[in-house]
Design a protein around this ligand. Sequence first.
Ligand code: SF4
Length: 502
Amino acid sequence: MVSGTVHTPYNQFIKEAVRLQPDVIAATAWLFTHDRLVEVVSRIKALLPQTYIILGGPEFLGNNEVYLRTHPYINALFRGEGEEIFPQWLKNWEKPEIRNRLTGICTLDKLGSYHDNGMAKVQRFKTLVPPENSPFFHIDKPFVQIETTRGCFNDCYFCVSGEDKPVRTIPVEQIRSRLHTLVNKGVKEIRVLDRTFNANPKRTKALCALFREFTGTIRFHIEIHPAILTTSIIDILEDIPNGLLHIEAGIQSLDDHVLASSGRIGNSHSAIEAIRRLKACNRFEMHADLIAGLPNYTLSRLKEDIKKLISLGLDEIQLETLKLLPGTKMRNQAASFGISYAPLPPYEVLSTPSMPPEALYEALQLSRLLDGWHNGHSEWHKPFVQLTLDNSCFLDTFLHHLMQKQLLEQPLSAEHRGLLLYDFCRIHYPTFLPEISAAWIAAGYSLKKAPGLQAVPYKNLKNNNPDIQFYHLSAPSGNYWFGFDRKVERRKPVLTLRNKPE
Ligand code: SF4
């Protein structure tokens, strides 16, 4: 195995491949690795012209003829699920008359004629060899993935899983044994690859009961479709042990017309009510996603949806631009949707009848704004949320302020983001400055910079520990007293006291 990331210098891959002198290079192309992979394999082919190169993965679910004609260093492409067919292909490596006829294989022959063997689909999903004991399986990442289900009941036109019917599942007993294997390997975070964890309530109940057995050992990341959550599943989730689950709620849009135009089952009212209930129990972190560029989605509606999700208290809102993935209905019918998209990965939408390029650009900037001030346990999450809830114009004005200064085009440190928010509020929302100061001081930033200067030394607090020095900050939300340990260099308060206004 030669492995790396998109940031690995390609010379490293090339050096390793040349050392190994392989007969075959087989690699998987994914949306964000595709370009890098092509850079690497084209160079290897130049050095090792006899090496046969075959690529597979979700990038090749569409028409592969043009790709093969325009990438002459690639000998074959594989379309579909490889677990059953690819071992046969390797076994017959020296018998081209057999391997080239296997389902899923796409090739050009010596005369330049294209041969396409359709789509490979695993026939015995339940009996596939679990990957956990393979030397190719990595456990050194922040989390590992376990595929419990393949395919999805829903029909979202932009998603490859929507095309995959019927849904196939692994029995719960088998999942239990695999989880024990992972626990024994020291895994603590598992992303459950089940496209819609709550699609089948009976199975959802069984899996929740199984996950409970791993309380305190593993945290499970699951994807739910909140619009179809049944009351009985909500009851189960409300009672789940703290920290056992991390939930991704598939929203995409809160506009029912947009959802219907995208082939997605489930209405926004039900989704909002389910999220409201789940957030109220405060037992897990919950993220939601929105997709700019879906048919009939407008920028103003997108902004309204963001505000709605913020008001529901979601921990993260991931805003993405629609990607037209090979093999999806939306890609195949892009013209009838009036969608223009990038012909190269990641195939992002460039324009739709309801979102011209400038609106999509603004949505992208909005996504960066959310990442910087709302998502990822940002220090500025709390003041950002409060500002959005208290002021209907805040999101727009802050966004345009940052865009005008082109600040969202560059990486910004957390401290810089705090200063930007502070400076912006100094002009537009001066009464809110103490709240940003409170977040600034709690995060441990300098008391000598503008937000920190709002706090003043405080001596009147009963304090038995002479090493603790207190600062007082008065804010509309209450009084804060921050205690700093004089012996600790980094100025993060070791103690915070607060009284709320009467
Ligand atoms: S519900 Fe999710 S996984 Fe299923 S088709 Fe829609 S986007 Fe894909």
